[in-house]
Design a protein around this ligand. Structure first.
Ligand code: ADP
Ligand code: K
Ligand code: ZN
Length: 429
């Protein structure tokens, strides 16, 4: 039933292990130029419980950039066997270095994650994420091999070939980014492939924010179960938190990470179950330990224990990134609020885009929505009615009236990697 005995740890055992590992992590981190300076004079023995983590400084993405490339390394590059970079496209990349032990630990975490979602050694697994610097390729790949799956590194894009591989090898499990999964499902439909004959029964979806509505849509269109997967390159990559078969929140592997949820303003812990910024510490990493990393991801712990019995706490669906928040006419709006409304509508197809624009001095929000073939009527009155309905429902959720453009299916730009949902045209006008 378990892949790894760490899955059976009790709450008390997790707390004790975290305390021990936090100490060794701080000790190790102090060997790096950055933390050596930052933690100068810190007495490691003063750590006696996990709560002592709050006496340690926070680390931001800017800190990683300022100390690019080697400032957080605790060892010589001779001991490093791989690097990955965050998929962020702006500014200096953040680079993460792994020793061989780090890669082994990561592969184990990833294999364990796949296992709790029902993936087994006898499964054939197709990894449809981009290979390369992005951690979703090799990170998941090594986990799948560790678990024993026949692993197909198909990479991103080339939908026709993806479908052929799935059919030729009777693939059981997919790893696919949710925005691409929607597009892919549309392509299957267009190719006349009946989901009932589609062999995969499990999809691992993650790497970008998505709503429960999108998950259900993917499950229906592809006729499988989709499990949410959370990770970030600063914490290895995928394999940080994963849904088990109960699909009721993502278990964070607390033997490898300490997670705090902080109020992003006061930086104090929020109350149990409340939304805040996820702050994470690696507690098994050798090459590049990171202490109290501000992820900018907004989330909450789901109170109580999971039906599966694992004591590792569960993160709820990521509500969005703090950076994603849009302020339009003084109202705070997250892209996921818009997605939730759109994906709940039967007429809406697989893709949408949010455009921010300026009219005079006033910010406006425009939502461009792909409409399914069947609903894309010739009759203007019917289309106008649909447009009005979408506009009203969006306004009820986000409290400002967006402009709504209905477009034909498969006409909005799509990316092979993470979807770019928001286009900001305010500065260009
Ligand atoms: P980048 O920050 O450039 O996208 P990463 O590839 O490391 O770099 O991506 C990590 C980020 O992706 C996370 O911080 C989070 O914002 C997002 N993410 C990853 N998995 C999920 C998920 N399951 N749900 C929502 N967002 C996710
Ligand atoms: K196998
Ligand atoms: Zn569970």
């Amino acid at each position: 039933m378990y892949f790894d005995t760490a899955e059976t740890l009790s709450r008390e055992e997790i707390d004790n292990l975290q305390t021990v590992r936090l100490k060794s992590t701080v000790e190790r981190a102090m060997r790096s130029p950055y933390y050596g300076e930052k933690l100068k004079g810190f007495n490691v023995d003063s750590i006696t419980s996990v709560d002592d983590i709050r006496r340690l400084p926070l680390t931001t993405k800017q800190d990683l950039r300022d100390n690019y490339p080697y400032g957080l390394l605790t060892c010589s590059t001779d001991e490093i066997v791989r690097l990955h970079a965050s998929s962020g496209t702006t500014g200096t990349p953040t680079v993460i270095f792994y020793t061989q032990n780090d890669l082994n630990t990561w592969a184990n975490l990833m294999a364990r994650s796949m296992h709790i979602a029902g993936v087994r050694a006898e499964h054939r697994f197709q990894n449809m994420a981009g290979y390369g610097l992005f951690t979703g390729g090799l990170g998941i790949h090594y986990g799948a091999e560790r678990l024993g799956c026949l692993t197909i590194p198909s990479g991103a894009g080339n939908t026709k070939r993806q479908i052929k591989m799935i059919q030729d090898f009777d693939v059981d499990v997919l790893h696919i980014i949710p925005s691409y999964a929607l597009y892919f499902a549309g392509a299957l439909e267009a190719a006349g492939i009946d989901p009932a004959t589609f062999t995969p029964s499990i999809a691992l979806i993650g790497a970008e924010p998505h709503t429960e509505e999108v998950r259900r849509k993917i499950e229906e269109m592809l006729n499988l179960k989709a499990y949410n997967s959370y990770g970030l390159s600063e914490m290895n990559g995928p394999g940080v938190a994963f849904e088990c078969v109960h699909q009721d929140g993502m278990h964070v592997w607390e033997d490898a990470f300490i997670v705090e949820i902080l109020d992003p303003e006061t930086l104090e812990p929020v109350k149990e179950g409340e939304l805040g910024e996820v702050v994470m510490t690696t507690i098994t990493r050798e090459g590049m330990p990171i202490i109290r990393y501000r992820t900018k991801d907004l989330c909450r712990f789901i109170p109580g224990t999971c039906a599966c019995g694992r004591a590792h706490r569960r993160l709820d669906r990521i509500a969005g990134r703090a950076d994603d928040m849009m302020i339009i006419k003084g109202v705070n709006i997250y892209p996921m609020q818009i997605e939730q409304v759109l994906m709940g509508l039967p007429e809406v197809g697989e893709n949408y885009q949010i455009v921010l624009e300026k009219e005079g001095f006033i910010d406006q929000i425009r939502v461009r929505v792909e409409i399914k073939e069947d609903f894309f009527e010739e009759d203007m009155r019917i289309l106008k009615g649909l447009q009005k309905k979408i506009q009203t429902q969006l306004c009820n959720e986000i409290l400002v009236t967006p402009r709504v453009d209905l477009v034909q299916s498969d006409s909005l730009p799509k990316s092979e990697g993470k979807a770019q949902r928001v286009v900001d045209q305010r500065s260009q006008e």
